[in-house]
Design a protein around this ligand. Structure first.
Ligand SMILES: *Cc1c(COP(=O)(O)O)cnc(C)c1O
Length: 350
């Protein structure tokens, strides 16, 4: 089975080979070095000069929840770009923690536009919460537009870049991003279960450090305090952290931007080849991570046909389920894998 999904994705040989090893004990100086090396490399890759990267053992949603729970209270108000199920997730998390929020709702296939922001009085808010790439639809938001809006009204910017990391451009310092959320199972092509929160020092000092914790396992304060010695408050996903260190070393060696280029190349190749088919690709800006294809009432049929042939695409949930399929470009995939996929799509009769 070939995975054209967005997470877990096709893993690299090195990662798969490492899976059989004995895990080490982690309260050691050696493991602390692993943690520091992960932090430094990730800071370089996301272009964060002053701040922290803390690992949360849990899928990406755990990190989204940690950031909301540790940064905002009921006297704040946040603006959520809600263009699909991941935007909706931020919304539900804020509801759980009684964080007042307003959502810019973008029903598929509506793009986020400058006029959406112009219609809003930004002075009512403390922060913007956005999923840079709304993975449920494939829409990539315009970071520059959001940064300009946030700077105009002095808002913090919290970015879930879980599916955008590596695939798309992200520069924390340049784009004035205060918190960036990453996860192991997307472009990093590792097992699910580990997420990372990159935090600007000034945001940490102002919004997280002074607050009394309302949670324990997801406490960013406990994680930052422990990370000062390269440790975590609780037993972390030791194996995924070791795989992550290896993957980051590899990315550093091969060139981080080269990996982005390779993902982009796959996306362009696939998008170009499917022009011959009767499918609709939405006109909003797309992430390099995946290509959404809209085929009215045929998505489920095609999904099952391809799955039986050994090609796993990403199905959609909710109202889009009968119509939208997503073809991933992350992980260990080659252009010839797309040739095979396209041939199977042809055989289905697209
Ligand atoms: C995958 C993903 C997440 C995390 O989802 P989990 O199921 O908790 O791993 C969050 N946000 C976005 C945009 C994602 O693509």
């Amino acid at each position: 089975m070939k995975l054209f999904t967005v997470g877990p994705v096709e893993m690299y040989e090195r990662t798969k080979q490492q899976a059989s090893r004995q895990l080490p004990y982690f309260r050691t100086i050696e493991f602390s070095h692993t943690m520091f090396s992960i932090q430094e490399r990730l800071k370089t890759f996301v272009q964060l000069a002053n701040g922290y990267v803390v690992p949360i053992t849990g899928s990406g949603t755990a990190a989204m929840e940690a950031v909301c729970a540790c940064s905002f209270r009921s006297h704040h108000r946040v603006l959520i770009i809600n263009g699909g199920s991941f935007g909706e997730r931020f919304s539900s998390i804020c509801d759980c923690y009684h964080i007042p929020h307003d959502d810019i709702l973008l029903p598929y296939p509506q793009p986020l536009q400058q006029s959406d922001l112009d219609a809003i009085d930004g002075s009512k808010y403390d922060a913007i919460l956005v999923n840079l790439h709304e993975t449920s639809t494939g829409q990539l938001y315009n970071m520059r537009m959001l940064t300009a809006f946030a700077q105009k009204y002095h808002l913090y910017i919290i970015v879930d870049a879980i599916s955008a990391f590596i695939a798309d451009d992200i520069q924390m310092d340049h784009d004035a991003i205060d918190v960036l959320i990453l996860s192991s199972q997307k472009a990093l092509a590792l097992a699910p279960g580990l997420s990372m929160i990159a935090i600007q020092e000034r945001f940490y000092q102002k919004m997280i450090e002074p607050k009394e914790d309302i949670c324990q396992y997801l406490s960013i304060k406990l994680h930052v305090a422990n990370m000062k010695r390269g440790q975590t408050p609780f037993t972390p996903a030791v194996g995924i952290l070791l795989d992550l260190e290896d993957r980051l070393t590899q990315l550093e060696h091969d060139g981080f931007l080269l990996e982005q280029q390779v993902i982009r190349e796959r996306a362009m190749y696939f998008r170009n080849r499917i022009k011959a088919f009767q499918v609709n690709i939405p006109s909003f800006p797309l992430s390099n991570a995946l290509t959404p294809i809209y085929i009215e009432n045929r998505a489920e049929g095609l999904f099952h046909y391809l799955k039986d042939k050994g090609f796993m695409l990403t199905p959609s949930g909710g109202a889009l389920q009968p119509h939208l399929l997503r073809v991933g470009h992350l992980g260990n995939l080659q252009l010839k894998d797309y040739d095979e996929l396209i041939q199977a799509m042809e055989e289905y009769g697209l």
